[in-house]
Design a protein around this ligand. Structure first.
Ligand code: IMP
Ligand code: MG
Length: 180
């Protein structure tokens, strides 16, 4: 209600180029290794599906679902695990695959949590990044695109569960409707 797609911010072609580049970076940095890509559900499901087809390494995938508590008011950013990994990550080269980094709180906590399980290495790959909104430092090893401080949907990103299927990343206009 009152919320519409305002304009395309990133086209599907730009996304494809970005994913191709990230796949090559991951392939080059991890020669001789097998990697485990951890997809942060739900937002990263489309990105993961595209990315794996641009990585020329032995790899596994696993999925995790988390919910962050009150990012705007609670800077502790505690992450609750809704669905944990099936895989034992001990000794593995883990790459966390995320759709977008905003405050950074979710990924900081997720990385800390997975680090306690003794992986051989752990790195972060995000499709999109809004660095202006950062509250917690996170080292982003693979970054697709920096975007401005706008609420975006499409390519897996949602507004209240909608719009994930849009092939382009779009900005939502707020025509007097509720944004959140
Ligand atoms: P944060 O980095 O802990 O603040 O949380 C990042 C999460 O917030 C992402 O994984 C998304 O689920 C969600 N998010 C942040 N910005 C946007 C956006 O512009 N559109 C849709 N979801 C977003
Ligand atoms: Mg997410």
């Amino acid at each position: 209600m009152g919320v519409n797609i305002d304009k395309v911010l990133i086209t599907r072609q730009e996304i494809e180029d970005m994913v191709t580049r990230l796949g090559a970076e991951i392939t080059n940095d991890n020669k001789g290794r097998k990697v485990l890509l951890v997809c942060v559900l739900k937002g990263a499901f489309i990105f993961l599906a595209d990315l794996v087809r641009h990585i020329d390494l032995p790899l596994e995938v696993d999925f995790m679902s988390v919910s962050s508590y009150g990012n705007n008011t609670d800077t502790s950013g505690v992450v609750r695990i809704l669905r944990d990994l099936d895989t034992d990550i001990t000794g593995k080269h883990v790459i966390i695959v995320e759709d977008i980094i905003d405050s950074g709180l979710t990924l900081r906590h997720l990385k800390e949590l997975l680090s306690t399980r003794n992986p051989a290495s752990i790195s972060i790959c995000t499709a999109f990044d809004k660095p202006d909104r950062r509250k917690a430092e996170v080292k982003v090893d693979y970054r697709g695109m920096i975007i401005p401080d706008e609420f975006v949907v499409g390519y897996g990103l949602d507004f209240a569960g909608d719009y994930r299927h849009l092939p382009d990343v779009c900005i939502l206009s707020d025509d007097g409707g509720d944004k959140e």
